[in-house]
Design a protein around this ligand. Structure first.
Ligand code: P1T
Length: 395
């Protein structure tokens, strides 16, 4: 129940928005929104849904609380929650585009997003061009008469390339295009793309927003009333919605987003410094390092660098595999953004669906390792890496 309280701070919003106690007669004053499992909502009058609720796919009170809370964290007017990040992406594309439309996408994207574009949307009659969006002029150069939307991740997955949201938003605005930003890697705690001129923000809430590697979800945030009408219609018509239980888990997770992001970042910076000086490492990519090519830009458009880093191990893919398989605290697993540290080999795992030729062209080599730094004690994480490095003998 909304009490119309205006909260200022991010953490206050994360804890309270959408979950204000309900003191109406018969209500119990819960400080946590209940998990409403009812799939349908009874009415007293044929034409009047009780409290606006009709059927669970269309809307339910637990999902509503999540959507309202996440929208407030992203400084958005609207938020819609889906069954996963890819379901959110699919619904955005089907709601706002038509076959024949052209999409300009960042050449470094999560492998599943690239697969969605290349294997599903191209088959449906959409056209996609990939550009290195770290240079905004490449986005402008790729615009055609049929272009409708620009899709970026910043920082990107897995190469952590950063693009200039404001500069790209200026280009898309001039040409009447939609700018969609996947904000999964930094979360609304460190970056708010709508404030920088983006039209749509997408998240895999499976990652930092959920934060505990126990819930799948996706969210879309935006300000435009017309988008709201179209997206809400398609959300209901397509039906890839988050369940009430998963909404609850995500609500529970997001309350500590700010605390977790600070710890992820602190640990990631220490690990990036450790790896930078390691003789068996040839390259470290972390937006919080001065050596990152877009370090200055990042400092302008975000308030932090996040908890994901990538690095290249010297040697062969067999050395990379040996290192990964020797780790004891890091879980060798896909995904990111949970409290536990995860590590993976994109060429074989998260980005295996991207053609080898394309992967190598943009820099996803066989020995590139991606790490999602958790919130554990960093000295334990570094000790774990030390013992794993000792297992590889690089000449
Ligand atoms: O897994 P899902 O909730 O459907 O989210 C897809 C997705 C979208 N956007 C970004 C930036 C992502 O990283 C992901 C999922 N990524 C992984 C599973 C991964 O390990 O990179």
């Amino acid at each position: 129940m909304s009490l119309n309280i205006q909260y200022e701070g991010f953490q206050t919003k994360a804890v309270h928005v959408g979950e204000e106690p309900d003191f109406r007669e018969g209500a119990t004053g819960d400080v946590v929104v209940p998990i409403h499992l009812s799939t349908t909502f009874a009415r007293q009058k044929v034409a009047i849904p009780t409290a606006g609720y009709e059927y669970v796919r269309t809307q339910n009170p637990t999902r509503k609380a999540l959507e309202v809370k996440l929208a407030s964290l992203e400084n958005a007017k609207y938020g819609l929650a889906f069954s996963c990040g890819l379901a959110a992406e699919t619904t955005v594309l089907l709601s706002l585009l038509n076959p024949g439309n052209h999409i300009i996408a960042f050449d470094d994207l999560y492998g599943g997003t690239k697969r969605l574009f290349d294997k599903i949307f191209i088959k449906l009659g959409f056209e996609v061009s990939y550009v290195d969006a770290t240079d905004s002029s490449r986005v402008a150069e790729a615009i055609k008469p049929a272009t409708k939307l620009v899709w970026i991740e910043t920082p990107s997955n897995p190469l952590l390339k950063v693009s200039d949201i404001k500069a790209i938003a200026n280009i898309t605005r001039q040409h009447g295009l939609i700018l969609a930003v996947d904000n999964t890697f930094l979360s609304p705690y460190f970056q708010k793309p709508l404030d920088l001129g983006a039209d749509i923000v997408v998240h895999s809430s499976t990652k930092y927003i959920g934060g505990h590697s126990d819930v799948l979800g996706g969210v879309v945030m935006f300000n435009d009333d017309n988008f709201h009408e179209r997206l809400q219609y398609h959300q209901n018509a397509i039906g890839a919605v988050i369940s009430p239980f998963d909404s609850y888990l995500t609500l529970r997770g997001v309350k500590t987003l700010a605390l977790r992001m600070e710890q992820h970042q602190k640990n990631a910076l220490d690990i990036a410094h450790y790896l930078e000086q390691h003789p068996k490492v040839s390259k470290v990519i972390y937006p919080g390092l001065k050596s990152h090519p877009q370090y200055n830009l990042l400092r302008l458009q975000t308030t932090g660098y996040g908890g994901v880093l990538s690095f290249e191990i010297k040697g062969t893919i067999a050395d990379a595999e040996r290192f990964l398989e020797s780790l004891k605290i890091f879980a060798l697993a896909e995904s990111l953004g949970g409290v536990e540290s995860l590590i993976e080999l994109p060429s074989v795992m998260t980005h295996a669906s991207v053609d080898k030729e394309v992967r190598e062209k943009i820099g996803i080599t066989d020995t590139l390792i991606r790490m999602s730094v958790g919130v554990e004690d960093v000295k334990d994480l570094i000790s774990d890496m030390k013992q794993a490095f000792e297992q590889i003998k690089i000449l």
